[in-house]
Design a binder for this molecule. Sequence first.
Ligand SMILES: [Zn+2]
Length: 101
Amino acid sequence: MFDDRAPDTHVRYRTDALGRRVAVLPATCKLGHPLTAAGYRIIEDRSARVVRVSCTRCADAIEVDHFWSLTTAGAAPDHVELDDSPYVGTVPVMIIPHAQR
Ligand SMILES: [Zn+2]
């Protein structure tokens, strides 16, 4: 399901009003599906310090670019949320470039 391709970028973190460490992950897959509608899986590889966010719709279609790969840093988060805003301007690493689809 996953391979060890180069990460797209790093996980964005924030501290919420309760002082909790929050990992903010992309809310949209690399092909544009809103993850809450398409379904998703978040799987952390702690030894590699990478978290992968897979779009179920793309994974079911055997889409090679079905997941984000994001490097983690620091302590494990207390909470996770999905939000595209911190990732505006991020250019995802695509195995099949958008131009070839
Ligand atoms: Zn998708």
